[in-house]
Ligand binder design. Sequence first.
Ligand SMILES: O=P(O)(O)OC[C@H]1O[C@H](O)[C@H](O)[C@@H](O)[C@@H]1O
Length: 301
Amino acid sequence: MDFQQLNSDFGIAKQLEIIPGQGGMPMIKIGNASARALISLYGGQVLSFRPVAQTEDVLFLSSQSAYAEGKAIRGGIPVCWPWFGPDPKGLQRPNHGFVRNHFWQLAKTEAVGDTETKVSLRFTESFKRENTWRQPFMLLLDISIGPSLQLQLTTYNTGDQPFSITQAFHSYFRVGDIKRVKILGLEDCDYFDKLEQGTQKIQKGVVSVTQEVDRVYVEAYKNLVIADPVLQRRIHINSPNTSTAVVWNPWSKTSKKMPDLAATDYRRFICVEAGNVAFDLIKVQPGSRFSLQANYSLLPD
Ligand SMILES: O=P(O)(O)OC[C@H]1O[C@H](O)[C@H](O)[C@@H](O)[C@@H]1O
């Protein structure tokens, strides 16, 4: 990786630098008047986002994470595409698709004054991909680092056949104490409980997490809030083009089976994932595109 060339093509003085990160992987380090952020080209993954007034990161990143080709980075916001969860065809292809396990290309960087920095990453069909995904495509991930964190993942169908995808921003949010967190905005929604073979249930009241959870909420609201009384903040998640949301925390027992999480890490994060998951299948016609968007902002609790 030629960091000098990357910086000469994409660096922005006093705002954006491409650095060798963990495992020598290229990472984009951003600092502007609004926030600090770190984005990995491997996985096209935002690893850190911290508005300047905050002492704690908005995102959780595991200190035990692997930074190795073929493995996903545990934390931040992995991109799940072109399927969410296990391989829909049962062909043993990776969980959550393949783009979180490959390098993306840096396509564009831009400073909007000194308060917002924009980065666009590209993943094209010419990249190494699973040989069982043959549909031509191009993915563009637009990231805005400002007072809030904004993501837009656009899928372009560049072939002559339609294809269908599921997808998600698998966001790991840093919380003060999982047992005291409340997730607002899913009240009365139906959900599939993945821990009980997908049994359908109804959410009564706000979501609190006191044990392992793995749920796909359907007809979920576009605005969700994680209320965190310990860090005294609320994380607002807005995702206009989705009708599903996933809530996941592995808790102590399942965490122990995960080599890239420390034993007590489950207390410090919650995954609330905006996406088009399960029955929210998106069909992308030849020559057309679809954008998954999410906006993450903070307010005091
Ligand atoms: O370990 P990973 O492949 O990153 O998946 C981690 C988790 O992601 C999602 O939240 C799924 O709903 C879970 O079933 C899965 O365990």
